[in-house]
Design a binder for this molecule. Sequence first.
Ligand code: AMP
Length: 419
Amino acid sequence: MAERFQAPRGTFDVLPTSSHARAQVHDAAAEIFARAGYGRVETPIFESTELFSRGVGDATDIVRKEMFTFTDQGDRSLTLRPEGTAPIARAYVEHGMHKLAQPVKLWYSGSYFRHERPQAGRFHQFNQIGAESIGSDSPLVDAELIVLLDGFLRELGVPGVRLRLSSLGTTETRATYREELRKHLRAHESELSHDVRERIDENPLRAFDADDEGTKGVMESAPMMVDRLDRDDAEHLAEVRTLLDQAGVTYELDGTLVRGLDYYTRTVFEFESSSLGAQSALGGGGRYDGLVAALGGPATPGCGWAAGIERILLALDELGPAPSIDVFVTAPDGRRDRAFAIVRELRGAGLRAELDQAGRSIKGQMKQADRVGAGRVVILDDEGGAAVRDMKSGEQRELDLARVVEAVSTNGGEADGRS
Ligand code: AMP
């Protein structure tokens, strides 16, 4: 026997048993974004590597060690997108979207790729739904985005949701703060993990994300950016907070929240669920007022978030199961083509209809009808006659095939609560 293949490490197949739950997550997002005036955007799965090294930042974990990068036949370095914001900012610049009415509000859904150690809720290929609002520095934008993600998670019924909020200030205030933080880290160098020590110069903020006891201890007494904001940044944060309070969104102000991407300025936030294990982040984001300019566009503020679909599905107990079949049509061998025609007619009328395609006996076909959860069965006989049976009550009646759609619909077709 030939050797079997398996999906690559860190990837997974989405089978019909779980695809319906995914579709529900997607539909909920589409509805929420439509109501808020966000347009759907799709960018390529791969981009030039430079976009991420410049956009996300060379010193970040994502760019340093998590990207799937390859060289194409033309010797260009390409990378499977590890995140969605830099590509969308690239598209904003490329398509001159700064000429449109601002802010430009976009949402997306697709696959992302990161070479992280696979574990529950962490994959090499995963899916995100995200939103970006580019072109306004109003706190209304930050608050709207947070309210949308909060509403999305609420609508789906994700349990144990917690929101952390902070501000990273502007590039200038952060530069001063970074120096202060470096001093603190250097003063405690021997207590830090190797990884954190190595990057005191390059990326000191990352120390807040470390999970070793030594570094954690040092960070307890570390200065925090949220206490070093200048007047404008502090005001911006205060306004975002007021709007969230008004909207009834509860959050925790948490100065240890830094997020792992370089482009953030001012507001940052992250939603977590207590029903997830170590990988507790459902989604997060923030403001990136320097990103568009860093990618060659005009100075343009922006804000956005991304949520992990697999994390949401993991946190949810259960979404509704896939709807079952309305009608199953059984037929003896001589009338299978008639069954085929009836199924087409029923589907044309908007009903979910199936027939046997595996040469089963009539008894086997009835069993199959039961297995697929058919509400009723149209039974064709050898003599050209037909009957319809209600699978719940067992009631069976003769059926005029010229009016099959009407018959299966009026026979309680839509009223049994199965669909
Ligand atoms: P990030 O931009 O890194 O905060 O990612 C946004 C969201 O995507 C996270 O909160 C997770 O829900 C999800 N996510 C990030 N990386 C992975 C991964 N490797 N596997 C599964 N989900 C992920």
